[in-house]
Ligand binder design. Structure first.
Ligand code: HEM
Length: 436
């Protein structure tokens, strides 16, 4: 996998600064292009799960436990199978995860260092979003449904107009990917994005990991699934694109708040000024036009600035402006301009949801990095009271089910019938006692 990245980076990147590298082959994008009906045609794919299975086999073939794991399913269905062994197999099956938890932790530390030295927070957020944002909820099959599956590492997708410049983000992540073979691209992109938000002063994102990678460029989504910055009807367009991902108006507005970070560059997207007083000296590669004055700080200034529109040096795309014009979007945009805490809470939830779109997790419940303590903190700080069960809690519940030979996805049928039998027996006993 690392090889495929090296190959594409060699062919796409400039030999100079990774931040400034022009993209040979990829046109400076006109992100105004709308997809044609033909380009929306589904790809016909055949290798849907080969990479995951191969990785699982590879990681297990070095351990004598492989045969145990392969017999897990039939073992679970046997009532005579000792629970202690099932528990051991559950622990072993963690080895088969798409990403390795210890390597994810270390990779996160390396990403923090990278952010400190290169100020690449914004492009990492855009990378994670563009990998996940191709998701189509109307397609069930992985990976043609798109989403956070690492497909953006392939040249064919990097060359989509909307992805202009993202090869620079891949260049920056390459040494980390090379160092941690036990972290998938799909996870690395989302890890880099969430870490960038947190390191820029944003909320803690309730992330989980374990995303499986697509294995080849033929599994990339067709061009045209990401939003266009200047469509004829921006509010309808945003709904069409984000509803297709299963996201709602509130999430559209909250996620747009990520533009509190970063800049637009005319040589990439075709939008923004070549430079402004806020960008001419960097930090990082100079140039472009930012949405906010402090474009490396994650706060709610995006909403304040696009509401006021007083500063010609600050960018407002048609899809940004509409957030204060469309009556439904406006409710949230006004709220976030007035209340940073509300923005942080909703952003954190929406970002985590975006990062999971279309992803196939191994193990299915995902891997959390911060443990129960971190999760509790997140819930206490950002919970609305209606929050879903935390991932750590879901993991615990799953473990309980599995210890009993069942799974949260499938009811415990044997226990269910056993309970009915007990109830019938008790009723029969009571009836006979009362009869006497
Ligand atoms: C609502 C629809 C959206 C549109 C039309 C849009 C469009 C754009 C455009 C045109 C750029 C400039 C790219 C360049 O020239 O380098 C950009 C940058 C950016 N976008 Fe979006 N975007 C949208 C949503 C989002 C979302 C949902 C996120 C994240 C959750 C996001 C995060 C970013 C970031 C962080 C940058 C700055 C990248 C950098 O400085 O390198 N955007 N976006």
């Amino acid at each position: 996998m690392a090889d495929s990245l090296s190959h594409h980076l060699l062919s796409l990147s400039s030999p100079h600064s990774s931040q400034m590298a022009p993209i040979s082959g990829a046109t400076a994008a006109t992100s105004r292009l709308l997809p044609t009906a033909a380009s929306r045609a589904r790809l016909s794919l055949s290798h849907s799960s080969s990479s995951s299975s191969a990785r699982v086999l590879r990681s297990l073939s070095s351990s004598s436990s492989y045969s145990h794991v392969s017999s897990l399913n039939c073992a679970r269905s046997s009532p005579l199978f000792p629970r202690v062994f099932l528990n051991r197999v559950s622990a072993i099956s963690t080895v088969a995860a798409a990403s390795d938890p210890a390597q994810l932790q270390s990779a996160r530390e390396d990403i923090k260092q990278l952010l400190k030295s290169t100020f690449c927070h914004p492009i990492m957020v855009r990378l994670g979003w563009h990998d996940a944002g191709t998701y189509n909820k109307n397609i069930e099959e992985w990976p043609i449904r798109g989403g956070a599956n690492g497909s953006l590492r392939f040249e064919i997708e990097l060359k989509h107009a909307a992805n202009a410049g993202l090869v620079n983000a891949l260049n920056l992540l390459k040494p980390i990917k090379d160092k941690y073979s036990g972290v998938t691209y799909a996870d690395l992109f989302q890890l880099a994005s969430a870490t960038a938000i947190e390191e820029a002063g944003g909320p803690k994102i309730p992330m989980k990991y374990g995303r499986v990678d697509v294995s080849g460029p033929e599994q990339c989504p067709e061009e045209g699934r990401l939003p266009d910055a200047g469509p004829p009807k921006p509010s309808d367009h945003l709904r069409e694109v984000f509803y297709r991902m299963g996201l709602n108006d509130q999430e559209i507005v909250a996620l747009s708040g990520a533009h509190t970070l970063g800049r637009s560059r005319p040589d990439r997207s075709g939008w923004g000024k070549p430079e402004t007083k806020y960008t001419k000296n960097g930090p990082g590669a100079p140039g472009g036009q930012s949405w906010t004055v402090e474009w490396l700080k994650f706060d709610n200034s995006y909403f304040k600035d696009i509401k006021e529109r007083k500063d010609e040096d600050l960018l407002v795309l048609p899809t940004d402006a509409i957030l204060f014009e469309d009556p439904s979007y406006k409710v949230y945009a006004e709220k976030y301009a007035a209340d940073q805490e509300a923005f942080f809470r909703d952003y954190a939830e929406a970002h985590a949801k975006l990062s999971n779109l279309g992803a196939k997790f191994d193990p299915p419940e995902g891997i959390t990095l911060d443990g129960v303590t971190g999760e509790k903190f997140v819930a206490a700080k950002y919970s609305t009271g209606k929050r879903e069960l935390s991932d750590a809690m879901k993991q615990k519940i799953r473990a309980e089910y599995e210890a009993l030979g069942g799974s949260p996805d499938k009811p415990l049928q044997s226990n269910y019938f056993l309970n009915i039998m007990i109830v019938i027996a008790v009723l029969a006993l009571l009836t006979s006692l009362l009869g006497n």
